[in-house]
Ligand binder design. Structure first.
Ligand SMILES: [Fe+2]
Length: 323
């Protein structure tokens, strides 16, 4: 078992080498200066075309700008298709809870609902392809959005500080928006998302191809102090809570769950031509399945879903570092 894990880790490392090399190249001063200039130019050119938002939606964007996070609920958002989303997603969550109870996921810390299951419920995948969500994301990014579908995670309450439960920044793009829907009540002990509001030496620097990934203890060591409640937004909330978070520009983690398992939907957005496309597509769908989801949608939703077509050829040739 241990040997299989080691072999898997080694294979994953080899597979992610091209993406890491490409990321280092993009980080070289001459290249990154040029890319930053083009990015600012694209944002400035898009500014007159930004959508008009309602007061609630403007508040969400303001929250993202100020703290990198805004907490609301399915009820307050009142988007079309919410009832169908809720029924299907909670049914799946209950089925996974039953399987967890039977010990099927023993040894795992997080389980992801598979693509085949999701194909039977395409409305879960399509739910955020609504003009209001796309407008919020577009306004915050300052560019048209790309939608990288979702991760439907079942998190086991084992208290382990591993993977996304360590403090980290996502690296797919400069700015990103995750729209997270809790399917269970989430308190301090049930794995809430936490967003950090402080910087520390190294928090803005790629360590190789990535930002340093830190345990709570390592983070406090870098800060030189223990974390204060004002330093972090801990996103607790009832089932049906919706969180908008910029996981690219802010350090964040899933606080390790210790009391009860929790299930949540993590919808992923970045700009229509993300900076590091080879770190994107961390979902379980094939390109053919993505085309299925895009069928029958508005032109705008289709463009969001099929963002990969905007990636420059050279970047497209770098194989994806899937996890
Ligand atoms: Fe993350």
């Amino acid at each position: 078992m241990k040997q299989t894990t080691l072999r898997y880790r080694a294979l994953r490392r080899v597979r992610s080498l091209p993406a890491e090399t490409a990321s280092r190249l993009l980080g070289m001063p001459a290249i990154s200066r040029k890319l930053n200039k083009a990015y600012e130019k694209a944002r400035a050119a898009h500014r007159p075309r930004l959508p008009k938002l309602s007061p609630l939606d403007m508040e969400i964007v303001a929250g993202l700008e100020k703290n990198g996070v805004y907490i609301t609920s399915l009820e307050k958002l009142a988007l079309p298709g919410t009832d169908a989303l809720w029924t299907s997603a909670t049914d799946i969550a209950n089925a996974y809870a039953l399987r967890a109870k039977k010990g099927e996921f023993a040894g795992e810390y997080t389980v992801q609902v598979g693509a085949e299951d999701m194909m039977r419920h395409p409305h879960i995948v399509r739910w955020p392809l609504d003009d209001r969500i796309l407008n919020i994301v577009e306004t915050y990014l300052g560019l048209p959005a790309g939608y990288d579908t979702l991760n439907f995670f079942y998190t086991l309450a084992d208290g382990r500080q591993v993977a996304a439960r360590r403090w980290h920044r996502d690296v797919e793009d400069r700015r990103m928006v995750k729209v997270i829907v809790y399917l269970h009540d989430v308190d301090m002990d049930t794995g809430p998302l936490e967003v950090l509001h402080r910087s520390f030496p190294g928090s803005d620097t790629l360590d190789g191809a990535n930002f340093p990934v830190l345990t709570q203890e390592m983070l406090e060591e870098r800060l030189g102090t223990t974390l204060d409640s004002g330093d972090v937004t801990t996103c607790t909330g009832r089932a049906g809570t919706v969180i908008f978070a910029d996981v690219a520009s802010h350090y964040h983690r899933g606080r390790p769950a210790i009391a009860r398992d929790r299930c949540a939907l993590f919808y992923n957005f970045f700009s229509h031509a993300p900076l590091r496309p080879f770190f994107c597509e961390r979902h379980l769908f094939s390109r053919e399945q993505l085309s299925e989801f895009a069928k029958g949608q508005t032109a705008r939703a289709r463009d969001c879903m099929l963002w990969h077509a905007n990636v420059p050829l050279l970047a497209r040739m770098v194989p994806c570092a899937r996890f």
